[in-house]
Design a protein around this ligand. Structure first.
Ligand code: 5AD
Ligand code: SF4
Length: 451
């Protein structure tokens, strides 16, 4: 690498999960702290951070093609950008990236990105650096304060996963489960609220495994943390994601019935409706135990909206086993869900299992599953028509006078004032939900009801 001048502008491109979105925001804040500003839309940045995801295939190829594109665009503009590869591909394939892509000057893993500024100093001098250490939680203390955030903000409370589902790379890329301390989280939540957050989504690869000690030294689970955060008066909404069925305890279920600020929404991945497949996935639950768990949530909060993750075409999955997944979907009636084709991940036990499913069968199963899930999502949205609920105003819509926000059930709602007037971003407003589409609803703001 040749020495270069210090970058003046940056762009952080985050792929994958919300945890990466959070990490991307924190990296951007660190760069801003150093006086580097976000590159305007459409302009090449001096420094590009590719914050990558490794959960499904083609992740690494995508990174290499992004690097190629950035270098080419930089050359055309007369200056190649400094490139940092962050996130889970960096963690898993850092050395290979360094060897294969000379244009990359920094490779930084998800537990080490607080060191990005130092690495940048070295990169400017022409040195290349890799940091994929996994120091337990050290990064959070080293990150700058939160200054300005969106009304719906993320807060990472837990990282890593000890579940070792046989298809999943997370336990390898994000490491063992660690919980951030209670006091730090209360502090960061307060800062987020001071910086404009009205809603906080607590994030973790396995967020319901969070545990810590409160101010009095009492052991708390996620529900204890939620109850404490609910006392922050300007914080209006709390959500959490993602959970594993094995870690949903009575306290968390009860919190859904008792804490008004905890939104009536549960994202609880199930992956498959077949007990044989679930066992091969090392999921430690059955279809029936999952359904019984959902019943308990529904008993605590009857209007709770349910979401899940699914994998089709896990090695050895038969047509009959896939149909068990469809049957589970019919039983639950999800409000929304994510579904994926199984993707063999290097180093995971499932990657070397016999009976890998041919791509055509996976495509066909995915299509059938998604049409069932889309049908249920539309039905859920239609059932909300006519309901009046609070919507958190997140941004302006594309049409004049139009605004976009989320309902308590995480539906996107496009709405307008009857007089076409303005709303303030970050306000909670009362909206009567109108016509439902598959991915959003129309709504009308109610001037007559105080939110
Ligand atoms: N192939 C396909 N989907 C996967 N997921 C995790 N690993 C894989 C894989 N190897 C899905 C799971 C998980 C979600 C975040 O990504 O459904 O819940
Ligand atoms: Fe991966 Fe989630 Fe299973 Fe952990 S619980 S191994 S993150 S799928």
């Amino acid at each position: 690498m040749k020495p270069t001048t210090s970058p003046k502008t940056y762009r952080v491109k985050s792929f994958g999960c919300q945890m990466n979105v959070y990490d991307g925001e924190r990296m951007a804040e660190m760069l801003a702290e150093r006086g580097i500003t976000q590159a305007p839309e459409g302009e090449e940045a001096d420094l590009v951070v590719l914050n990558t995801c490794h959960i499904r295939e083609k992740a690494a190829e995508k990174v290499y093609s992004d690097i190629g594109r950035l270098t080419k665009a930089g050359r055309a503009a007369g200056k190649e950008p400094l490139i940092a590869v962050a996130g889970c591909v960096a963690q898993a394939e850092g050395e290979e990236i360094m060897a294969r892509a000379p244009a990359v000057s920094m490779v930084v893993g998800p537990q080490a990105y607080h060191r990005l500024p130092e690495m940048l100093d070295r990169a400017v001098k022409g040195e290349r650096a890799t940091d994929t250490d996994m120091p337990a939680i050290a990064k959070f203390a080293a990150l700058p304060e939160r200054r300005r955030v969106a009304p719906a903000a993320f807060l990472t409370v837990q990282e890593g996963c000890d579940k070792f589902c046989t298809y999943c790379v997370v336990p390898y890329t994000r490491g063992a489960e660690i919980s951030r301390p209670f006091a730090d989280l209360v502090e960061e939540a307060k800062r987020l609220v001071d910086a404009g957050a009205k809603e906080i989504t607590l994030l973790g690869q396995n967020v319901s495994a969070w545990s810590g000690e409160d101010e009095k030294g009492h052991r708390q689970g996620l529900d204890g943390l939620i109850r404490r955060l609910a006392t922050i008066s300007d914080l209006r909404r709390i959500r959490y994601t993602t959970s594993h069925p094995a870690d949903m305890d009575e306290g968390l279920i009860a919190a859904h019935g008792e804490v008004d600020k905890l939104m009536p929404f549960l994202h609880l991945p199930v992956q498959s409706g077949s007990d044989r497949v679930l066992k091969a996935m090392n999921r430690s639950h059955t279809a029936d135990s999952y359904l019984k768990l959902l019943d308990r949530f529904r008993a605590a909060r009857p209007d709770i909206a349910l979401s899940g993750d699914f994998i089709v075409g896990f090695p050895g999955e038969t047509e009959a086993e896939f149909e068990e997944t469809l049957a589970l979907v019919d039983t639950v009636g999800y409000a929304q869900a994510f579904s994926f084709k199984y993707s063999p991940r290097p180093g995971t036990p499932a990657a070397t299992m016999a009976d890998q499913i041919p791509p055509e069968a996976m495509d066909e199963r995915l299509q059938r599953l998604q049409s069932a899930l889309n049908r249920d999502q539309l039905a859920f949205n239609r059932a909300s028509e006519g309901r009046t609920c609070q919507v958190l105003v997140e941004r302006k819509g594309k049409l004049p006078g139009q605004w976009l926000g989320k309902s308590p059930w995480l539906q996107s709602v496009w709405f307008a004032r009857e007089d076409g007037g303005d709303c303030a971003i970050g306000d909670l407003v009362e909206v009567t939900l109108g016509e439902a589409g598959p991915n959003s609803l129309a709504g009308t703001l109610r001037e007559d009801v105080e939110a």
